[in-house]
Design a protein. Structure first.
Ligand SMILES: [Zn+2]
Ligand SMILES: [Zn+2]
Length: 258
């Protein structure tokens, strides 16, 4: 039994055949899905899909790419959106200085709003970070200092040092299909060392199809390929890794119940 802790079921490539995509994943042993929001206009649809499927859950939030279009988003509005019983997480949010699609100050402001709501609700923040390790850490440490909140770094691709620091702050780490790529040697090293009780797996589908599906549109069922690859790296069985990553998901996202 596996969980895909991060997928975008409303995106092109998945939305056109959502039932088929979910059926294939269930067939591959995926017992739960976290359908992730990236902008406000998406929230209703993301939550709607979760309402229609007992094993699909939802997050509400704003991707750093879209920060410029959400300058008016308030803490209250985000908080209100988390009240739905199927909403179990907040995000994805964070900082992306690789693409810099939005103003950095706007990204930072929104990141802190998400954290604030996470602290208040106890729902985990799903963090996206790219080429922004220093600022991500600075905000995380500062905010943790004002009161703890649950969080994970999704689709982890950062340095080993950053990994150690976020683990120290109490965060979990989720790995996507990127870890299976040939040139991902550093990331594979990180994957070997994340403690069993802090590791999650995801697809970030429809992006980032793992080996042996590279070049295809990614779907949640492929989380199994990523999980077997990581299990092999860690000299564990797929069953063992599946069991503890699934347990970690439900411990962290404690509002989820299947
Ligand atoms: Zn992301
Ligand atoms: Zn994503």
């Amino acid at each position: 039994m596996l969980v895909d802790s991060h997928c975008h079921l409303e995106y092109k490539g998945l939305v056109d055949d959502q039932d088929g995509v979910l059926a294939r994943a269930r067939e591959a042993g995926v017992k739960a899905f976290l359908n992730i929001s990236t902008k406000r206009e998406e929230w209703d649809q993301v939550v709607g899909t979760a309402r229609g499927n007992p094993d699909v859950f939802a997050s509400v939030g704003v991707h750093p790419h879209n920060a410029d279009q959400h300058l008016d988003l308030t803490r209250e509005e985000l908080l209100e959106a988390t009240r739905d019983p199927k909403v179990i997480g907040i995000g994805e949010t964070g900082l992306d200085y690789y693409y810099d699609h939005s103003d950095r100050a706007a990204q930072q402001r929104l990141f802190r709003i998400h954290i604030n709501v996470a602290r208040e609700t106890g729902l985990p923040v799903i963090i996206h970070t790219r080429d922004a390790e220093d600022d991500t850490l600075a905000i995380l440490s500062d905010e943790m200092g004002q009161g703890a909140f649950p969080a994970l770094i999704h689709c982890f691709t950062a340095s080993a040092e950053f990994g150690e620091q976020v683990l120290e702050l109490g965060l979990s780490i989720s790995l996507s299909g990127i870890v299976t790529f040939k040139n991902a040697k550093d990331l594979q090293e990180v994957a070997r060392t994340v403690p069993q009780d802090r590791l999650l797996v995801e697809t970030d589908s429809p992006f980032l199809a793992p080996v042996p599906h590279r070049g295809k549109s990614c779907e949640p069922g492929y989380v199994r390929d990523t999980a077997s690859f990581i299990a092999e790296l860690r000299s564990e069985s797929l069953e063992e890794l599946a069991a503890y990553t699934t347990r970690n998901f439900f411990d962290l996202f404690s509002k989820a119940a299947v």
